[in-house]
Design a protein around this ligand. Structure first.
Ligand SMILES: NC(=O)c1ccc[n+]([C@@H]2O[C@H](COP(=O)([O-])OP(=O)(O)OC[C@H]3O[C@@H](n4cnc5c(N)ncnc54)[C@H](O)[C@@H]3O)[C@@H](O)[C@H]2O)c1
Length: 437
């Protein structure tokens, strides 16, 4: 038994890398194709799991339904994807009438759980975008539903599939820097991408679980996977320093704002026709303002976050997220008994970075060696295409690159949920107190 009451065998049996086998290819649909539907037809549903699949995977997938609570958005999405299938505003109706075999969940984070459980209960396998859940009650509900129904959940952690992240996994697995003892991980969101979270539904904890969950789930999943370990305990701090009520002035959204000429965060949504079609033209159905003011009083998530995480294999991590930086990217280091792996990722900065990712292995009493990283093409550091091919074409990848399942989805979210609890309570929070696995 570990001190948290979770056996090592539990960890191993359902390790962070626990993968989903058999989600695809599965039972054959019409003409041997899998019956596929999407719930939540916003930018991610269309751009990652809609249009590219209509264009490139028609031989293995049959689109049978698209669903969104906003009738205008789902109508636009169908056109934008080029899909030829019915649209719905009720998930129950889509599941009952369109009878998908596989449902992709790309709704607002807080609603993933409801959609996932409904699908599982009808015998439908599920792919879900991160974060799988936003709190521990939702997490328990999904884990229980998966066990009860015997259906499968795959969580689309695209970051794992970026060549640079795979390279890190391979170096750590090789033992080159010895046993890992600690991790330093600082993530920087800039005044463009970082600010965008505070314009959208993400600024509300009840919708996104805060960036501890919405954003950090990516980072926590990577670390769980890299270390092949589970988080055990989290101590965290967070505060709102720049956005929301900390701003100098505010309005509802950017378009009619009287402060637009003074505001560095002014953003003109009308510049991109696809944003107008997807959001502005659909406002009359649900009142959602995609260009919301970053200084709105209702922002209830921190913009500055620090945590220390302790893992099941004695590793500790110092982690931070800052959301209004002049740079976008991260600094990451693994400290081991034989040396250190150092990574600096430059996604955007006001100077020309020599390369997107700098990676070095530095040996104790030895030398520094530059790590060459295979060139990445496409979205999210090259991960998106590999992930789609893995899921829909079943391409051959090593065991550690298989599609993560609900266990990984849970563990990454629970790290953020524990951080949020620790921040709120000023006390460390234990993962084992949150759900029964
Ligand atoms: N893996 C990644 O890198 C990545 C990138 C972007 C977004 N995402 C995830 O994708 C999801 C969607 O994000 P987005 O940027 O497309 O947001 P979005 O706001 O563009 O779209 C969300 C859509 O869900 C709809 N919706 C909300 N509740 C619903 C419900 N109960 N039933 C049906 N539809 C509902 C909304 O009307 C909207 O059209 C989020 O969970 C987000 O975390 C992941």
């Amino acid at each position: 038994m570990t001190h948290e009451g979770v056996t090592r065998r539990d960890f191993v049996a359902t390790a962070s890398g626990a993968a989903v086998a058999g989600l695809l290819p599965g039972r054959a649909g019409a003409a041997g194709r899998r019956r596929y539907a999407i719930v939540g037809t916003g930018v991610r549903g269309i751009g990652m799991w809609g249009r590219p699949l209509v264009e490139k995977y028609g031989d293995v997938l049959e689109f049978v339904g698209l669903c969104d609570v906003n009738p205008l958005r789902v109508a636009y999405a169908k056109k934008a994807m080029g899909a030829d299938c019915p649209t719905f505003t009720s998930l129950d109706e889509m599941l009952d009438q369109a009878k998908p075999e596989l449902l992709m969940v790309t709704t607002v984070d807080a609603t993933h759980e409801g959609c996932i459980v409904k699908a599982l209960e009808r015998g439908v396998d599920v792919l879900t975008e991160k974060p799988m859940v936003i709190d521990e009650t939702q997490c328990q509900s999904i884990l229980d539903a998966e066990k009860r129904t015997g259906r499968k959940i795959g969580v689309t952690f695209n970051y794992r599939y970026a060549p640079k992240h795979r390279k890190i996994k391979e170096i750590l697995q090789s033992g080159e820097i010895g046993k890992i003892t600690s991790v330093d991980f600082s993530w920087y969101l800039d005044t463009s991408h970082g600010a965008d979270y505070f314009r959208r539904w993400h600024r509300l904890r009840e919708k996104s679980g805060s960036l501890w969950v919405h954003k950090s789930t990516h980072h926590f999943d990577l670390v769980n996977w890299w270390l092949d370990a589970d988080p055990v305990e989290v101590s965290a701090f967070g505060s709102l320093q720049n956005y929301g009520k900390r701003g100098p002035f505010r309005h509802t959204h950017c378009r009619p704002c009287p402060h637009k000429t003074q505001c560095s965060f002014y953003w003109d949504i009308t510049k991109r026709p696809s944003d107008v079609a997807l959001y502005v033209d659909c406002e009359k159905a649900d009142g959602y303002l995609r260009d919301g003011c970053v200084f709105k009083e209702d922002v209830n998530i921190p913009d500055t976050m620090n945590a220390v995480v302790r893992y099941s294999n004695e590793v500790t991590m110092s982690y931070s997220v800052n959301t209004f930086m002049p740079v976008e990217g991260y600094r990451l280091a693994f400290n081991g008994t034989k040396g250190r792996l150092e990574v600096r990722d430059y996604e955007r900065q006001p100077w020309p970075a020599p390369e997107e990712t700098e990676m070095h292995v530095i040996k104790n009493f030895g030398e520094r060696t530059k790590v060459e990283i295979p060139k990445a093409e496409g979205g999210h550091g090259g991960g998106d295409d590999v992930l789609r091919d893995l899921i829909f074409r079943n391409i051959s990848l090593p065991e550690y690159m298989r599609l993560p399942g609900s266990r990984a989805g849970a563990m990454s979210c629970l790290t953020g949920i524990a951080a949020r609890k620790s921040m709120d309570s000023d006390r460390p929070a234990k993962i084992a107190d949150l759900v029964k696995l």
